[in-house]
Design a protein around this ligand. Sequence first.
Ligand code: SF4
Length: 205
Amino acid sequence: MKKAMTISYEIGDSLYLNITNKCPCACTFCIRGNGDSAYGSEPLWLEHQPNINEIKADLDKRKLEGYKEIVFCGYGEPTCELELLKQTAEYIRSRCKTSIRLNTNGLGELINERSISKELSGLIDCVSISLNASDKESYDKVTRPSFKTDCFAAMLKFASEVKSYVPRVMFTVVDIIGEEETARSKALADSIGIELRVRAYIAGE
Ligand code: SF4
């Protein structure tokens, strides 16, 4: 496994942020299983957990206002480092008006043992939540979470709540789940009033 301090990396017109490698899941499709990097980036396995000063120093090398979007993503679940996530978003906000997206597994409330939706208000423009499946059984098979509680229900609860605090919320599924499961996922997303995006399996987003 190759490691580096790749805190930010570019994909197309967007800047992606890799603030942690922590994650309570072990998704079957996780890009971490495909190699040490995404889209030709430097290795995304971090040599150590960066602090806010390291993240600021990394961002200071970038022209943040020039990106279409800045995305918390990387080789881990960003809400595992919620304070760092918020501090980083605040810093980006202080420097530019570029839209900020959080890609998350939606388990931030279980991870942080409290409701976190309100804390994202004013910092995050878009939350993209991995729906992954249309029911708990399929979800658990795909995401293999370390929590023993009902993670599918927790993820849906977070999605419903965060709509009140963030301008745009979307669900994602990967295309490998097939047409029928995608249709069931779409019906579920519709019932909650959240758009569904179907993304390609190879995507590191
Ligand atoms: S939640 Fe994201 S980082 Fe964690 S295992 Fe799943 S795909 Fe990988």
